[in-house]
Design a protein around this ligand. Structure first.
Ligand code: IPM
Ligand code: MN
Length: 351
């Protein structure tokens, strides 16, 4: 107690749509409880972007709001998305724009099997399934390069190009190597070098160079084999580094293996700290269960834990993570409010 920084962190709370407000409320309460115990404070700043806001105002991410967001130390995002918003509007206009504008070049996605949560594969033991995907978050097929020509004719041609820059890949792999150093010392590059011989070659050369510099043990898996091993033998993996689209897909597989998207946190990190990082559960706005008090806030709370660690509040971060496990040991709570009550009880118990 009282071992924290003593500072006040300015955090933008962007609850978004659907279950976003419900789950981030719980995460906020947990952060405040941990802050009280560890001697720091959080100054929460509200921000109302998302699908509903877009339908009401036509605004996705105004420049003025982006400038305000830049002033905070971190952003806690719930989920954005509403049934009547056309696909791509919020994805490209809000989520990807935040990732690109704030240079959030690492998407950190831990997959950890937790006690009491049935993973998808019965044979998995807790100690065998605890890996982190470091997903490159500003390049690859997400960069938006490509286009459509001859639209509406039988010669219509659509291209999506994967952009992979030496500097962009290198900084992402460097982050992954430093994370590997802090964990087991093992780093796995996942790609498809046997077919994607241009980008794959670049990734492989950089990974070998960075791993040698950092003194970590590097292994390699093709993305298809990585899917098989994640299911069949997940202990092969500790820190995985991969490109944007592979990371997107593999992290949903990781979520399925660890109880589903409800338990999956993410951090969109700017490791250089030239601006705030964005923390969000991997799940979406889940309009079907929104407002019913049924949403699982674990992904949001674990995302808040990643946020606290990024802000240098390691002890508070560890408390949030441990509180989720402690709640689960007693049985999965049946509602969002039961989750909140149980988490706050854990966080108030002295140690
Ligand atoms: C995710 C999501 C996003 C992505 C979408 C909503 C743009 O699937 O965060 O994993 O593809 O990155
Ligand atoms: Mn995804």
């Amino acid at each position: 107690m009282g071992d924290g920084s003593g500072v006040t962190h300015v955090v933008t709370h962007l609850p978004g749509d659907g279950v976003g407000p419900e789950v981030t409320e719980v995460a906020r309460a947990c952060v405040d409880a941990a802050a009280g115990r560890h001697g720091f404070a959080v100054d929460w700043r509200p921000c109302t972007l998302g699908g509903r806001h877009y339908l009401q105002t036509g605004e996705v991410l105004p420049d003025a709001v982006l400038d305000e967001l830049r002033q905070s130390d971190a952003i806690l995002l719930g989920a954005v998305g509403a049934p009547d918003v056309p696909p791509g509007v919020l994805e490209r206009g809000l989520l990807l724009r935040l990732r690109f504008e704030l240079d959030l070049y690492v998407n950190l996605r831990p997959s950890k099997l937790r006690p009491g949560v049935g993973g998808a594969v019965a044979k998995h033991r807790l100690e065998d399934l605890d890996f982190v995907i470091v997903r490159e978050n500003t390049e690859g097929l997400y960069a938006g390069a490509g286009g459509i020509v001859h639209k509406g004719t039988e010669f219509e041609t659509a291209t999506e190009e994967s952009l992979n820059t030496w500097a962009g890949v290198r900084r992402c792999v460097q982050y992954a190597a430093s994370l590997a150093t802090a964990r087991s010392g093992r780093l796995t590059l996942v790609h498809k070098t046997n077919v994607l011989t241009h980008a794959g070659d670049l990734w492989q050369r950089i990974a070998m160079q960075v791993a040698a510099e950092a003194g970590v043990e590097l292994s390699y898996a093709h993305v298809d084999a990585a899917c098989l091993w994640m299911v069949d033998d997940p202990k092969r993996f500790d820190v995985i580094v991969t490109d944007n689209l592979f990371g997107d897909i593999l992290s949903d597989l990781g979520a399925a293996l660890t109880g589903g998207l409800g338990y999956s946190p993410s951090g969109n990190l700017n490791p250089d700290r030239t601006g705030p990082s964005v923390f969000e559960p991997v799940h979406g706005s889940a309009p079907d269960i929104a407002g019913k008090g049924l949403a699982n806030p674990a992904g949001a709370v674990l995302s808040a834990a990643l946020m606290l660690a990024h802000l240098g509040e390691d002890a508070a971060a560890a408390d949030l993570d441990a509180a989720v496990d402690a709640v689960l040991v007693d049985g999965v709570p049946a509602s969002t409010s039961e989750w909140e009550k149980a988490l706050l009880t854990e966080l108030s118990e002295g140690d």
